[in-house]
Design a protein around this ligand. Sequence first.
Ligand code: SF4
Length: 380
Amino acid sequence: MVSSFYIHVPFCEARCPYCDFFTLGKGTDGARLASGWLTVVAHELELWIAAGDVVASEPVRTLYLGGGTPSLASAEAVDAFVKTFRSLMSFAADAEVTIELQPGTVDQRKLEGYALAGINRFSVGAQTFSPARLKLLERRHSVEDTVKLIRDVKNVGRLSIDLIAALPEQTLKEWQADLETAVSFDPEHLSVYELTYYHGTALASRLHEGSLRQVDEELRVEIFEWTVATLTEAGYEHYEISNFAKPGCRSRHNENYWRLGDYVGLGAGAHSFVFPHRYANPPDVEAYSAAISADKLARRLIDPHDQDVFYLENLFMGLRLLDGVDIEDFRTRFGVGILDHFASRLAPLFEEGLLELHGNRLRLTREGIVRADAVISYLA
Ligand code: SF4
């Protein structure tokens, strides 16, 4: 049953040099496009309901507006969208409704409008509190914009802060200052992603040319371990490789992905998992919009051809949670006993101390968490 919905708003003011998401940098047009987009997306929901894959009476537990830059959309557009969504679906009384906010695109009035529309969780894309690093990342906002937005969010709902660690040439001291600043705002939730140099991005080209220097492996590990220790000490639970929450404040939306639950992604480029099928909407605004306005779902089936690949991809997704994968739940959902089925594949990970059994759960060890990228490549 689907009770989690992701809305992809694929518009930004400009493309950041490290980003490989499907998004269009449309300059000042972004606000108009993002607002109008939500009307198209609401119609896609109607088509999913008509197709029978979404049941209107099944209460929505999580709704997440991400992107791109969903905070380019006006408060009025978000209000109209949430109202339409609520007219089409029933909602759980404690539904988690999140929007990603980019500093510099939201003033206090807009933020209050979002809260009145029913958004109760706000994820602020701070990335760094260093003016020099913001410049390197070509973010179009200042540290002051970020701080002002964070303070405003604290008056209207739950706060999550996104940071990027291991930025080019970053020292441990600089990272410590970034994280300590974030913690000083006492957010309920923190996401800390290490910078990835995705192929085809401007930052990856600069790295390749030699005009940027990546932090070395030793420092990367030091940053990660210091982060975990500091946030644990500050009362955060490290519940997923890159995510930390105060008790009771995990991202329920993202946790549903890691617990391998069903979800539907609406909007161009969005993905869905409605067991046992996976779908993807085309990363093409025009093709997507044309299909939806012709009352056709734009989704295409993207099930792996090999069933073992499907199991392994789900297994790794589940291993991102620190408490790992419940082996019996996995057997019930996927019809396969992972320990037997993948015995030879998993053996080296056990031998190297990267995986362990804890009761009925299969999970990464502390070393496995630090080397999660290597475990993914191995399982992929
Ligand atoms: S604002 Fe976010 S989604 Fe848009 S280009 Fe930058 S990193 Fe990518």
